[in-house]
Design a protein around this ligand. Structure first.
Ligand code: NFS
Length: 657
């Protein structure tokens, strides 16, 4: 069975496509196993939801007030309040960005408060990213004379908190510190400089409530304003604050994929986004007493595996093998080998617990925002830090007890493992190439044709991980260096594309360069907040080349977007002048081409149009920020679109190739 996108000549995959096209053999094996065992996964629930609502798919329904729900169609071109298509579609997108900002904002808040608690000596974390503390102190013009590391780190965290919560029109510290001058001037002229994450979330909900803003172009401006708040209060903020706590990552080799789980070991998965509790749990697991206790319980040792962005964080800093992403979480449980899964915040789907109950896996929630009925709840709160040590210990004890007590006769671990190199902080990338100047030179001379950051979630509307892997293979074949984060990075890690050996699959120039440097052509830079690392790399490289970011051969690609958080990622890059390519249409009605009047052949088509689609994909946004959104569901065509985009940018710069 296949399903169509309304008004777009493209199909969503059916079950057989997913099972055939999913590139990871371990995922295919586990999807089949779950089906055979009659244990439901997202694939069953996705099928049960078909056909999905055509209004919703196109962003044409509004549930913002109790007059509605209202839907826009030929018979009813306006909502009851008078809201037209533009206002409804733009309002929905802006609200999605606000929700994404809320998620990353809550994550940022936890990390900032942890720095403060650690600096005050209330939490036992050593502040391993000393360089980042001094860098930010200087950027924020904090007086550091007579202050030690802890005092300075605390002040830095207070500045970051202010960026998250400021209610006045003063500038954001992080934006002032890291945004390119050309952009700051532009955003000033466009009137889109934000106050803070919290203020812009409030303003967005305010603007889109019943009887709020009637001008869709003002909502479009708010979209940019909020993306900047998102970028500088939560992406840059969280990424750097996590570095202050746990250190700036350095490259390291590890093994990934479901095959890292071991039948005769205690298997613990760490899942979510904010790595604070996970770091403490890891510290306990590595202790000699816990290792001995595992042996006393009959285990040969303890395997820790990572999922989603917490997995990325642990991979980056400790080489903890990662297993999978948001749509693999039920499959990982389906191995029957997982004794406990420890989850913090976001992207932990309710279906996880259903699967866990079928295999006797303990689920332990560690964030008050992400409760799961029937799970053990051992929350971390940096403002009530006293119990962290005992809590982390309790979590490990639950996992050990689960190993000891549970029925382990249903274990099936697909034997697939890949080598991978993780730990690519912005500094590590630059150092690997021998400095910014050399990296910029490789770009100029065409050894590296361009840099694409390929990121984001999975989505059942796309054959699981197929687009991520297909696009990236094509890009490196064509000399385009790739950075990756989040769920996409797990697809690429498992596909072996983040191992130095993947250089063999790259274009001649990129292959030689990667071989010589001993690095892969696909650099896993961390969790989704670490998209800040790719953005910083883009900004620094443009500056090094004496160009603006918008003119550089860069692109942001989200082949399988799923979460509201991804809207903010995409618009962040757009606001900086980096065009997006997305794998299927956002909830924006895609204009349907029609035959021109008196047309002699099918080639003569009038491109349909509507204001919001034209704004993002046509000239509206482009004229403001120099970037636009391309949509291409077919991955080989998508890679071709990226190549053409990069080629055009190179031509514009007068750079060879
Ligand atoms: Ni990003 Fe991380 Fe994955 Fe999507 Fe969720 S894990 S923050 S939102 S689903 S990439």
């Amino acid at each position: 069975m296949k399903y169509n996108y309304p008004s777009l000549n493209a199909e969503m995959p059916g079950r057989e496509d997913v099972k055939k096209l999913t590139p990871n053999p371990a995922s295919r094996e586990l999807l089949q196993r779950m089906e055979d065992k009659n244990i439901e996964t997202w694939l069953d629930r996705y099928e049960a939801q078909q056909p999905q609502c055509g209004f919703g798919l196109r962003g044409l329904c509004c549930r913002n007030c109790q007059w509605g729900p209202c839907r826009i169609g030929p018979k009813s071109p306006k909502g009851i309040c008078g809201k037209d298509l533009n206002l409804m579609v733009m309002g929905n997108i802006v609200r999605a960005l606000a929700a994404g900002l809320a998620a990353h904002g809550r994550h940022a808040h936890e990390v900032y408060m942890t720095i403060i608690a650690a600096a005050e000596g209330k939490l036992d974390f050593p502040l391993l990213g000393e360089e980042r503390v001094w860098e930010l102190a200087e950027k924020f013009s904090i007086q550091i004379e007579d202050k030690d590391l802890a005092q300075t780190a605390k002040e830095v965290a207070q500045f970051l908190l202010e960026d998250l919560g400021r209610m006045t029109a003063d500038p954001m510290y992080m934006l002032e510190a890291y945004a390119p001058p050309e952009r700051k001037q532009l955003w000033q002229e466009l009137g889109v400089l934000p106050r803070s994450g919290s203020y812009e979330m409030m303003e967005t909900l305010h603007m889109t409530t019943l009887g709020g803003c009637s001008d869709w172009t003002a909502l479009a401006a708010q979209e940019l304003r909020m993306a900047l708040a998102y970028c500088y209060s939560t992406l840059y903020g969280s990424s750097m604050a996590t570095e202050i706590l746990f250190g700036i990552p350095q490259p390291k080799i590890t093994e990934v994929n479901y095959g890292i789980l071991k039948e005769d070991h205690v298997n613990i998965l760490m899942h979510g986004h904010s790595p604070v509790m996970a770091e403490k749990v890891l510290e306990k697991i590595y202790s000699a007493e816990i290792q001995q206790q595992a042996k006393d319980y009959g285990a040969k040792g303890i395997v820790v595996g990572g999922m989603c962005c917490t997995g990325d964080e642990l991979l980056c800093r400790h080489g903890v093998p990662s297993v999978t992403n948001i749509m693999g979480q039920e499959l990982a449980i389906g191995t029957g080998a997982v004794d406990a899964v420890v989850v913090d915040m976001q992207c932990v789907i309710p279906g996880l617990k259903t699967a866990a109950d079928c295999f006797g896996t303990e689920v332990i929630t560690t964030c008050d925002s992400n409760r799961i009925p029937g799970a053990h709840h051992i929350p971390f709160d940096p403002e009530r830090p006293d119990t962290l040590e005992q809590d982390a210990e309790r979590i490990v004890q639950l996992a050990l007890a689960a190993f000891k007590n549970r029925d382990r006769s249903h274990i099936h671990i697909p034997q697939h493992r890949s080598r991978a190199m993780g730990g690519w902080s912005c500094e590590a990338v630059v150092d690997a190439f021998g400095g910014l100047e050399k990296l910029a030179q490789h770009l100029k001379d065409g050894t590296i044709k361009g840099i694409a950051t390929v990121v984001g979630c999975n989505n059942p509307k796309v054959p699981y991980e197929h687009n991520h892997v297909t696009i990236v293979k094509k890009l490196i074949e064509n000399g385009i260096l790739v950075t990756t984060t989040g769920c996409c990075s797990h697809a690429l890690l498992n596909a072996g594309l983040c191992a130095p050996e993947a250089a063999e699959q790259a274009s001649a120039g990129l292959k030689d360069l990667c071989r010589q440097l001993g690095i892969p052509p696909v650099l896993a830079v961390g969790g989704c907040v670490d998209n800040a690392r790719s953005l910083r790399l883009f900004i620094d490289l443009a500056q090094q080349a004496g160009k603006h970011v918008k003119d550089m051969p860069f692109m942001f690609i989200g082949p399988e977007p799923g979460n509201e958080k991804t809207v903010g990622q995409g618009v962040t890059f757009l606001a900086h002048g980096v065009s997006n390519l997305v794998g299927f249409p956002a909830p924006i009605p895609v204009p349907l081409p029609t035959a021109k009047e008196g047309a002699q052949s099918n080639d003569e088509m009038d491109r349909g149009s509507n204001d919001v689609a034209d704004f993002f994909a046509g000239d509206g946004l482009y004229e403001k920020v120099g970037a636009r959104v391309y949509t291409e569901p077919y991955p080989k065509l998508a890679a071709q679109t990226v190549r053409m985009h990069i080629k055009r940018k190179r031509l514009g710069l007068g750079w060879r190739g």
